[in-house]
Design a protein around this ligand. Structure first.
Ligand code: SF4
Length: 61
C-alpha cells in the first residue's frame, strides 16, 4: 500500500503524525508529509489517520 498527502488540502493539524509517527511527520512549513513506508504492521494506524484527517488530505492505493 502506498500513502499520499495532498499538501493543498493539509491544514497541519498533526492528527496523522500523532496516529502513525512511523509514516507521517510534520514539516517546517506546518504540513504533513509521508516519509515512512506503509507496512502490514502499521497499515491499521495509517487507515486510522486517513479516517481521522479532517480535510481528507490522505489517500492510499
Ligand atoms: Fe494534514 Fe490531514 Fe495530517 Fe492533519 S491529519 S496534518 S490535515 S494530512
Amino acid at each position: 500500500m502506498q500513502t499520499f498527502i495532498d499538501k493543498d488540502l493539509c491544514i497541519g493539524c498533526g492528527v496523522c503524525a500523532d496516529s502513525c509517527p512511523e509514516v507521517f511527520r510534520m514539516t517546517d512549513d506546518d504540513h504533513a508529509e509521508v516519509y515512512g513506508t506503509t507496512t502490514e504492521e502499521n497499515s491499521d494506524l495509517v487507515r486510522e489517520a486517513v479516517e481521522n484527517c479532517p480535510t481528507d488530505a490522505i489517500t492510499t492505493e
